[in-house]
Design a protein around this ligand. Structure first.
Ligand SMILES: [Zn+2]
Length: 635
């Protein structure tokens, strides 16, 4: 079975990647661009910057000072290998297969006889192995190697990449096992890699090593740093934590691994701990886009309600990692709140990152950009994560390869099955060919223009001799949804809606989700956006770009909360006007500012994931309300 995540048990089973095929639409298009542009783009940048040659230098014994790339640059090669493995299996593309062999050969040559594999430590005059567990990323790199090997193992079987990964994993188990170093990696990832590698090979000792790393964490084994031990989640044991904190990607990779270990060990306490952390973090530390991380200084979570839109970090990788956690929690529990959050994150973080041509990316995904960005030079490495324009590559370039591996395996996240039926979670044109126990075919074709349209047509593709249940997720925002089947239309959800019978080929079930644009009101405790409102349409968060305002001035626009947003092609309009504010010498006068107001006009909003695609623009998601301003005198 081919799938990025295959727990040995759980309430829902992922479908294999061979059982689901995206046939076009919003995600099919992005998956195709990823395949035809992004993968080669990533390899060419890593070649150009010497990140691939780092492996050659280790193999040739020519490492020296000035090694290019950060200590985690090896992991980008492994994430690309993972993406290529999914892609090669999806399409049989000979170029993807050739790239896997080419990259694997270079990686394999750099492996030490005892299985250690890293281009930044332990060779020539480099620092000794495991001499900087806090920031060295050695085990983090290995974790990504294992995830790449899982992709290869499940789509192709044992090959050189899998053999390299096995030697590396065995080395880690010897070096950090019960009789080895009592340490952990500052950046979680080895845990989720080991757990899945163990599942893929059916070798429990790798899962056990992941459990050992998890249990060691949270007791202050890592050196304290100015950002504090919460930065790498070494402040509180994961079983005792109530909320995610510190570096967002680290916190989320760790949580994903904890679900894996909890499921494999039947450790319900650990599973409940992660579910509890998810609840509170989603309720209080998550942006409307699904983005996570509101502090730039440590790429980390803020306190509860600390969600400034202009300082939102919302790293693309944190979006990927959030999906990893929610997917695992869903598989374990069957709860569709997790797949709801996955949808939000897919449309408003993952889809926002890559450019239309798949050769530039957002790293940070703020909800308010006060100054239009400078168009990025396609030949330049961006030194910064934050920018108002997508960049071809970054000095720290974790996000492009993370997007690549996610899009290449995205069809694995659309649907699940259990003993009784098929559950569809994400709506996209696709073919699903699943088989249920008892030889019942659960084969369906999905036709939809979602999210442009809310109509999802599920057509049964094969006769079943015995009844089975088709379950469709109805998003939490979709109050008023309906389901039509067998000539009857009934209210549906939110939550799930199910139809059970012995389906015949050609039977059609139609889910209609209400796609009228709607206001979304932030909790008043999110101080940074109090007195503001956002607009969403279906799963898409909308935003306003300065390009769409007559004078380009975003700072003085206010909207009328009494006029409901109206749908227009490609987005929505709200009623707004511009305050006539003067630039005072001091922005805190003793009396309220009574600004004269311009005429009301229709303010056009478009999906957030489309922002900055037409050129540099300032942008905001949360729009100040006209009623939150003091009235002008005499009104
Ligand atoms: Zn990243």
């Amino acid at each position: 079975m081919t799938s990025p995540v295959l727990p040995s048990h759980g309430r829902a089973r992922p479908l294999g990647l061979a059982q689901v095929r995206l046939t076009g639409g919003f995600w099919g298009h992005r998956q195709a661009v990823n395949a035809t542009a992004t993968l080669a783009h990533c390899e060419s940048w890593m070649e150009r910057l010497g990140w691939l040659a780092n492996f050659d230098r280790v193999a040739d014994g020519t490492t020296g000072p000035g090694r290019p790339g950060w200590s985690f640059s090896d992991s980008e090669v492994y994430k690309l290998l993972e993406a290529l493995a999914w892609e090669s299996a999806r399409t049989g593309d000979p170029e993807a297969e050739a790239a896997i062999k080419r990259l694997t050969a270079r990686v394999a040559r750099a492996q030490d006889p005892d299985g250690y594999l890293n281009t930044c430590f332990g060779h020539g005059d480099q620092p000794p192995r495991y001499s900087d567990l806090e920031m060295g990323h050695e085990l983090y790199n290995t974790g990504h190697l294992l995830q790449a090997a899982v992709a290869r193992l499940r789509t192709h079987g044992e090959d050189d990449l899998v053999r390299v990964a096995r030697r590396a994993a065995d080395h880690v188990c010897r070096a950090f096992g019960p009789d080895g170093l009592d340490g952990i990696c500052g950046h979680p990832e080895i845990e989720v890699g080991l757990a899945e590698f163990g599942r893929a090979l059916g070798e429990d000792r790798y899962v056990e090593q992941a459990r050992l790393f998890l249990d060691r964490r949270g007791h202050g084994r890592l050196r304290d740093i100015p950002l504090g031990r919460a930065y790498f989640q070494d402040d509180v044991p994961i079983r005792e934590a109530d909320v995610w904190r510190g570096h967002a990607v680290r916190a989320l990779y760790l949580a994903a691994a904890a679900v894996d270990v909890a499921v494999e060990r039947g450790d319900d306490d650990l599973l409940r701990a992660v579910a509890r952390q998810w609840e509170r973090s989603v309720a209080r530390r998550t942006y409307i886009t699904g983005g996570m991380g509101s502090r730039h200084q440590d790429e980390g979570f803020g306190e509860d309600w600390e969600l400034p839109p202009d300082r939102a970090y919302c790293e693309t990788c944190a979006g990927v990692a959030s999906i990893m956690v929610s997917w695992r929690l869903h598989l374990a529990t069957g709860d569709v709140r997790y797949t709801d959050l996955i949808e939000r994150t897919l449309y408003n973080v993952i889809a926002a990152s890559p450019s239309d041509d798949g050769r530039a990316f957002f790293y940070a995904n703020p909800l308010h950009e006060r100054a239009a960005g400078r168009p990025a030079d396609p030949d330049e490495v961006s030194p910064r994560a934050e920018a108002g324009a997508r960049a071809a590559w970054f000095d720290v370039s974790c996000c492009p390869t993370n997007v690549a591996r996610t899009l290449a395996s995205l069809h694995g996240y659309l649907a699940t099955s259990d003993d009784d039926g098929l559950q569809i979670h994400q709506y996209a044109p696709c073919e699903i060919r699943a088989e249920l126990p008892g030889g019942r075919a659960a084969s369906v074709d999905v036709e939809t223009a979602y999210p442009e349209s809310g109509t999802v047509r599920v057509r049964i593709a094969a006769d079943a001799d015995a009844p089975w249940t088709l379950t469709l997720r109805v998003p939490a925002w979709a109050a008023g949804a309906t389901l039509t089947e067998g000539g009857r239309t009934l209210p549906a959800g939110p939550g799930v809606v199910s139809v059970r019978r012995a389906f015949r080929a050609g039977d059609e079930i139609v889910l209609d989700l209400p796609m009228a644009p709607r206001f979304s009101w932030p909790d008043p405790r999110i101080d940074a956006v109090r007195g503001c409102v956002a607009v969403e349409r279906g799963p898409e968060v909308l935003c306003l770009e300065s390009l769409d305002l007559p004078d380009g001035e975003l700072d003085t626009l206010v909207v009328d909360p009494g006029a409901v947003p109206r749908a227009v092609p490609g987005g929505a309009v709200v009623r707004g006007r511009v305050l006539g504010l003067d630039g005072g010498a001091w922005p805190y006068p003793p009396d309220p500012v009574r600004a004269a107001r311009g005429e009301w006009f229709d303010v056009p909003l478009a999906p957030y994931h489309r922002w900055a695609r037409r050129g540099p623009s300032s942008m905001r998601v949360f729009l100040p309300l006209s009623s939150a301003q003091p009235p002008p005198e005499g009104e």
